[in-house]
Design a binder for this molecule. Structure first.
Ligand SMILES: CC(C)(COP(=O)(O)OP(=O)(O)OC[C@H]1O[C@@H](n2cnc3c(N)ncnc32)[C@H](O)[C@@H]1OP(=O)(O)O)[C@@H](O)C(=O)NCCC(=O)NCCS
Length: 331
């Protein structure tokens, strides 16, 4: 039986660090409010000229080095983002071009904060069927150029950061190791709870100066509703993944949750009965980098030596859509 193994991890965050104190100069907020409600202390925002494709290239090169592979070993790219560099084509082809991999497919995944787990599921299906042997899976986000950084947008603006995470997935030679299963869900009844209404191809023109003046091109969110659903759906899908493999939370060595809010992570941790050492949290440094949070957190956990061969690790996400999902991996 073919299995997908995570052979290498990497990440990149832009150089510019934006602290909570920096945000107080842009909007009515405070370091104390942000830390207490979210756990975030700083995030990284791109400077003019940095693209999602460029961040993806840097993260991918680190992941390839970690895997001991060359770009030419990659058979397909799966690219997860909600903030593509352009409306079309998707950023996957720009990364493919940056890496000099003309000809291989580039698949763009649009599942917001769940994009990386959705992308892993897509890649895993390709590997299991033998269609592609080695897949580069990236999660990349530039949120800072799309949010309202005035007081009117402070509920969102304090949360989000920019960054990229990458993993090199390859066919497992060891039957016991690799991705055990992936579990994906969505509930479109809540689509408008966290969304960007404009620019929209439903309207002609897609955007007007009136819309821009009224700020409706900025994403909006019902933070309380998102929170309530996240703290139920994330533990639920972790339990689903464990049960599908005849395992329980007691078998888990490490949980790598989507980094949306430290309070969400802590509630998920409590519901699963896990210790601090079993849960990865880096939101204080990066904020919510959407599709990039899980691969960045995973790469840091690997670099810190928190994963050893044979460990059971669960990746779990929740986000706009609503979409959510989990992947269970035997390291
Ligand atoms: C956004 C979030 C931090 C807000 O926290 P909260 O405890 O729900 O706070 P509320 O929205 O009730 O706001 C409380 C007050 O703080 C104010 N406030 C909102 N943002 C603020 C900010 N950045 N700084 C200071 N005050 C702020 C509100 O205006 C409100 O004031 P009011 O009581 O005078 O009306 C929280 O709802 C959250 O994290 N939700 C999940 C969001 C998420 O994870 N999104 C991505 C999912 S992938």
């Amino acid at each position: 039986m073919l299995r997908t193994m995570i052979a290498g991890t990497g990440y990149y965050v832009p150089e510019r660090v934006v602290t909570n104190e920096d945000l107080t100069r842009l909007m009515d907020t405070s370091d104390a409010w942000i830390v207490e409600r979210t756990g975030i202390r700083e995030r990284h925002w791109v400077d003019e000229g940095m693209s999602g494709a460029e961040m993806a290239r840097r993260a991918s090169e680190m992941a390839l080095r970690d895997a001991g592979m060359e770009a030419s070993d990659v058979d397909a790219i799966v690219f997860a983002t909600l903030s593509p560099d352009h409306f079309f084509p998707g950023t996957g082809v720009f990364l493919q071009r940056e890496l000099g991999l003309e000809g291989i497919p580039a698949i763009d995944v649009r599942a917001q904060c769940s994009g990386f787990v959705y992308g892993l599921s897509v890649a895993d299906a390709f590997v299991r069927t033998g269609q592609y042997r080695t897949i580069l899976l990236v999660g990349v986000e530039i949120q800072s150029t799309g949010i309202d950084i005035s007081t009117g947008g402070r509920d969102m603006a304090i949360l989000f950061g920019d960054g990229a995470g990458a993993t090199v997935l390859t066919t497992s030679e060891d039957g016991g190791r690799g991705v055990l299963s992936t579990h994906l869900h969505a509930d479109g009844r809540y689509a408008e709870m966290l969304w960007a209404e404009f620019e929209s191809s439903v309207h002609h023109p897609r955007i007007t100066s009136e819309i821009i003046e009224s700020g409706r091109h900025y994403p909006s969110m019902d933070g309380k509703e998102v929170f309530k659903h996240a703290v139920v759906r994330m533990p639920e899908v972790v339990e689903e993944a464990l049960a599908a493999n005849g395992l329980t939370a007691g078998d888990l060595d490490l949980l790598v949750p989507h980094q949306a809010n430290l309070r969400i992570t802590q509630m998920v941790q409590r519901r699963l009965g896990l210790s601090d050492a079993q849960v990865v949290s880096n939101i204080h440094k990066y904020g919510n980098t959407t599709a990039a949070t899980i691969p960045i957190a995973l790469a840091e956990a690997v670099a810190e030596g928190r994963l050893k061969k044979g460990d059971l690790v669960c990746l779990v996400a929740f986000g706009s859509g609503f979409t959510w999902g989990a992947a269970l991996v035997r390291w």
